[in-house]
Design a protein around this ligand. Structure first.
Ligand SMILES: Cc1ncc(COP(=O)(O)O)c(C=O)c1O
Length: 405
């Protein structure tokens, strides 16, 4: 089928919830994607953080192929080895004691919110159900996750939201302090606000939040759906801050591209998710779990977190010098490891950069209008990173500052 036919079919028969790039992708390998016409792209979007182990990772393919021949799915009415092994692997390498597997980031956050409310209800009775979340956050599109997402643009038209959510400014200790009343059961925060435009949590803030929540037996949920599993320079992003949360949610890169999410929690909380309280048909399926074991082992075995840290420093250094050189265009550079945001003075500059990069074979992402985001697969080499940055730098030469009317 020709490119234009595929685009027409998609536009005719699929709801228009995405602003799709007019490129039809047919295959991927490592950090590269190829379109239907054979054009090769370097991908700094990295499936929005879901491609940490790279496209067509051989370990993941082998695991999926072998498992598919044995058993793709059986319900959670039974025990399976891949699920048990993946849970053990995650627990061994984190703060957590137990895991609940689901299918996406939103679903992981949904479950984490339910679990937090249940913990509070069982321990303290009714009335302690408020979940505090941060302005500019993104936690997913389902109702609980959307209600935690403190951004009007995602909620407009879908009201009313789920009751019992309270929003505070991100990285504002006074606001958090004021919000933590007797009715609060949990705080949910992203270590780096990814969709919001790459805003890292500050060390002082997260330590303050941890201290306050611990003192009040309020659950601290870290939403590591986008930046977990190596991207920030540690396997889990919370490790960068010297704190230990109560619940961590992950998804995206956990299973090498297979749909999967997980809630990681301490036993004292996890124990309240007992028989009949929560469930899923597909969560932790043998095939996703087998892929998960391969992906997580690959991330740990190949030391991808260390690599993300090293390459992140190299990228930031170069970007900071570009900021000086193109001071009329670039407003700010932010990042931790290999989640990097380049904030432009306006949306037009970011969208021109996107177009120029795409033409030259580099896929970047624009988030929040004026922020170009890099989330490359963590299998990227230093050489590849530099090549991508060359394309990005060339795009800066071509874009023009348009007068504001
Ligand atoms: C921090 C964060 N939480 C939750 C989600 C939702 O994940 P999913 O799209 O898998 O539901 C995302 C997706 O971008 C995210 O970045």
């Amino acid at each position: 089928m020709k490119k234009n036919n595929i685009i027409t079919l998609t536009d005719d028969f699929i709801m228009h919830t995405y602003k799709r790039i007019p490129v039809v992708i047919t295959r991927g390998k490592g950090i590269y994607l190829w379109d239907v016409n054979g054009k090769k792209y370097m991908d700094f979007l990295g499936a929005r953080g879901a491609a940490n182990t790279g496209y067509s990772n051989q370990d993941v393919i082998k695991a999926i192929t072998a498992q598919a021949k044995k058993l793709i799915l059986v319900t959670n009415d039974f025990y399976t080895k891949p699920q048990a092994e993946l849970a053990q692997l995650l627990v061994k390498n984190s703060f957590a004691d137990q895991v609940f597997f689901c299918n996406s980031g939103a679903e992981a956050n949904e479950g984490a919110i339910k679990l937090s409310r249940l913990y509070s209800y069982k321990k303290y009775g009714q009335g302690r159900y408020v979940v505090v979340s941060a302005g500019n956050s993104f936690h997913g599109r389902t109702y609980g996750a959307l209600s935690a997402t403190a951004q009007k643009k995602y909620q407009t038209g879908f009201g009313p939201m789920v009751p019992g959510f309270r929003y505070v400014d991100f990285n504002d200790m006074d606001a958090m302090n004021a919000a933590l009343g007797d009715d609060v059961c949990a705080v949910i925060l992203e270590p780096v606000q990814g969709e919001g435009g790459v805003y890292p949590v500050s060390q002082d803030y997260i330590r303050f939040v941890r201290e306050q929540t611990q003192g009040k037996d309020i659950i601290l949920i870290m939403d590591e759906v986008q930046v977990g599993l190596g991207r920030t320079g540690r396997l889990f992003a919370y490790e960068n801050y010297g704190i230990s949360p109560d619940i961590v949610t992950i998804a995206k890169s956990i299973a090498g591209g297979m749909p999967m999410g997980a809630i990681l929690a301490l036993k004292k909380i996890a124990k309240f998710f007992d028989y009949g309280t929560h469930g899923t048909t597909f969560g932790g399926s043998p095939i996703a779990s087998a892929a998960g074991i391969a992906a997580v082992k690959y991330i740990i075995g190949r030391k991808l977190p260390d690599k993300a840290k090293k390459l992140g420093i190299i990228a930031l250094k170069r970007l900071l010098s570009l900021k000086q050189k193109y001071a009329d265009k670039i407003k700010d550079i932010r990042g931790v490891g290999l989640v990097i945001g380049i904030e432009f003075y306006d949306n037009s500059l970011a969208s021109q950069v996107f177009d120029e990069c795409l033409k030259a074979g580099l896929i970047v992402n624009v988030t929040n209008g004026n922020i170009v985001r890099f989330l490359p697969p963590l299998v990227i080499t230093e050489n590849e990173l530099n090549k991508g940055m060359d394309i990005f730098e060339n795009s800066l030469k071509r874009i023009t500052v348009r007068p504001h009317l």
